[in-house]
Design a protein around this ligand. Structure first.
Ligand code: NAP
Length: 316
């Protein structure tokens, strides 16, 4: 593996300093040798002030073009719906030889929105750390967020191999495992592993809330029956998730179609008292959970690792 000195960056610019941006900063600082300077950009003054106050960045700027000037690593950490505007403004200020990457939860739309503004000589390598929580803002980040999680990189055709390797080593230094794939493949995989589960969670929580027969207090009082676990996912940031669904339409709609077919299958099994079918399907689902725990992607703790003593929170 490449040593820390080889992946050292002079100036890292974080465009967006929320959960993911602040966690990257904490992980860089924890490592010690990855960046000489970290700067940030965020539209809200209170976010910028907080980011400087708690040491996430050495300087914070309202204008992202100012933040990226002189940076050799630029990481977009804002909601993906804001990327096109950000890219248009930072494009002319990007330094030749810089790596431009991001953390957005969709990838093909990011390539389409940002790609046209990337000047020649800048290596554009979109990325997505598969790690998160339902929290947001500059104070929600922590250094271990990426430990043992996967980060997917979807290098564009023009990105130089050495730049891709540098970014791979950067994410490894932050604690991640790294995998490379195409943006389109990423979007299909994430549609089923992340986007659809969030859509289901948003829907079930709202369905329960709208049920007139059940009072709010009963929904909350008896939430440990399963509902509670959906509410954690459904508490995720509405701006981020609106942008995810608007920017990964095709893959999400395809997975939603498959999901609906399977749901009808379950509905039918219940209607016709097909216990054998239900038992088999639930058994298969249980095996998936075992596989996730064996792959080190969650804890077998009965509270899903949510207790304060547990170091790794669940993924978002
Ligand atoms: P977050 O905590 O809500 O932070 C978003 C940050 O982006 C804030 O600093 C916000 O600034 C800034 N921002 C908003 N609009 C902007 C604009 N127009 N220009 C520049 N900055 C802007 O969000 P997050 O969870 O870190 O998510 C950031 C990105 O990570 C998203 O693209 C998301 O898809 C991706 N991601 C999230 C997760 C997760 O679990 N949350 C996991 C993996 C990837 P202000 O505070 O000033 O408004």
């Amino acid at each position: 593996m490449t040593g820390a000195a080889e992946v050292r960056f002079r100036r890292v610019a974080l465009i967006g300093i929320g959960l993911i941006g602040s966690s990257i900063s904490h992980a860089i600082r924890r490592h010690g040798g990855l960046a000489e300077t970290i700067v940030g950009s965020s539209p809200t003054a209170s976010t910028r002030d907080k980011a400087v106050e708690i040491g996430l960045v050495d300087a914070a700027f309202a204008d992202p073009a100012v933040a990226v000037a002189g940076a050799d690593l630029v990481i977009l950490c804002a909601p993906v719906g804001a990327y096109a505007r950000i890219a248009k403004s930072i494009g002319p200020a990007l330094s030749p030889g810089a790596i431009l990457t991001d953390v957005g939860s969709v990838k093909a739309a990011v390539v389409a929105d940002v790609g046209p503004y990337v000047p020649a000589g800048v290596d554009f390598i979109p990325g997505h750390p598969i790690a998160g929580t339902e929290q947001s803002g500059p104070e929600s980040g922590f250094a271990s967020l990426f430990d043992g999680r996967w980060c997917i990189l979807t290098p564009t055709a023009t990105a130089r191999a050495e730049a891709v390797e540098r970014l791979v080593q950067f994410w490894k230094a932050l604690g991640s495992n790294v995998e490379l794939m195409t943006a389109e493949h990423h979007d299909r995989v994430l549609a089923i592993t992340s986007h659809l589960p969030h859509l289901i969670a948003f829907n079930i929580v709202n369905t329960a809330a709208h049920l007139e027969r059940v009072t709010d207090s009963e929904v909350i009082k008896f939430s440990a029956g399963g509902f509670r676990d959906f509410t954690r996912i459904a508490a995720s940031d509405p701006t981020m998730w609106r942008d995810v669904f608007l920017n990964n339409k095709a893959a999400v709609l395809e997975m939603l179609g498959r999901f609906t077919e399977d749901l009808f299958h379950l509905q039918r099994a219940i209607r016709y008292d097909d216990g054998e079918e239900l038992f088999q399907l639930f058994g298969e689902a249980r095996e998936i959970r075992r596989g996730i725990i064996m792959a080190g992607q969650d804890t077998p703790a009965p509270d899903f690792g949510r207790s304060p003593q547990t170091k790794k929170p669940p993924q978002g």
